[in-house]
Design a protein around this ligand. Structure first.
Ligand code: ZN
Length: 302
């Protein structure tokens, strides 16, 4: 049973919203692409877990803290006698392990060693269980679920589940009987209640309102080439069409995410959309989709 769903992290959303509006450095672009890929891989893995049998709780995307150290668990599966901690890596291409480090064959780039990350989370999670006076077997693995992932020079005893082993891992899991009781439920609820929303290790590019590109961009090709024709916005670059109302709502979402301290007013959104859509229309869209507070020029939306 799925107890906690997965959503895009605040970090991924911020990067996704900033990407078309500012020039990211190579490093930031790499960070952003990895976040998108990582999320894609997690969602793909979630789909496989839909067929899990027996009584089990699935808790996605937990950010926990023990002794001032935050750690993240992509997927936690709570069965009767064991807790699986899964770290999902959606790496594509050829990689090799050398003196405890992970490298891409094609780019030569070094990646954080997934084993070290996994062991850290596992140790902290065990401590947390101890603090909660809970006694469970903990089994932690890294799941590489991209079908085109190959790993060279990997010792056999690493806690890795490679693409060709993912189905077998799930079959094995399915074969183990599991019945959950009140205690499991309480533990699951406790873990979810301990979930933190702010990741202290998140580093976003520095950005300022003035420096960001304003306007409405195409949700298909990300170009700022939308022209308004009636109720539609039509992209002059790729021909994609979408309702202006939806593009404005998306723009508001981005404005709110990137500038949580700024008020959503007709004037602010009109400027954010670079006046492509009339003030009157923006006011109507805001009134329809948000809660209005205040009157006249002091009106803002929530
Ligand atoms: Zn387009």
């Amino acid at each position: 049973m799925l107890l906690k769903e997965r959503f895009e992290s605040d970090e991924l959303l911020a990067m996704r919203y900033l990407n078309p509006r500012m020039e990211l450095t190579e490093k930031e672009k790499f960070q952003y692409i990895n976040l998108e890929k990582g999320y894609e891989g997690e969602v793909k893995f979630d789909l496989l877990l839909k067929d899990l049998q027996e009584d089990r709780y699935i808790i996605n995307d937990l950010l926990l803290e023990v002794n001032n150290s935050q750690f993240q668990i992509d997927t936690l599966i709570l069965s009767q006698g064991v807790i699986h901690l899964l770290d999902i890596k959606y790496f594509k291409g050829d990689y090799y392990l050398k003196s405890d480090k992970l490298f891409s064959v094609t780019t030569g780039r070094e990646y954080k060693n997934p084993v070290i990350q996994l062991k850290r989370s596992e140790t902290l999670f065990r401590q947390l269980l101890q603090n909660l006076k809970q006694n469970y077997l903990v089994d932690a693995s890294v799941i590489f679920n991209h079908p085109e992932f190959t790993l060279y020079q990997a010792p056999m005893d690493l806690p890795f589940i490679l693409p060709t082993q993912v189905n077998r891992f799930l079959e094995e899991l399915n074969k183990t009987p599991s019945t959950l009781n009140n205690g499991h439920q309480k533990l699951a609820q406790k873990l979810i209640s301990l979930h933190q929303t702010k990741n202290r290790y998140t580093v976003l590019p520095e950005y300022h309102y003035d420096q960001l590109q304003k306007g409405i961009y195409c949700s298909g090709c990300k170009a700022f080439s939308i022209e308004v024709e009636g109720r539609l916005g039509i992209c002059k670059a790729c021909g994609h069409k979408e309702l202006i109302e939806n593009t404005v709502i998306q723009s508001v979402r981005e404005f709110k995410h990137l500038f949580p301290d700024r008020q959503i007013t007709t004037k602010a959104i009109h400027e954010w959309c670079k006046a492509i859509v009339s003030k009157r229309r923006i006011r109507r869209i805001l009134e329809k989709n948000y809660k209005k507070t205040g009157v006249h020029q002091w009106t803002y939306y929530e």
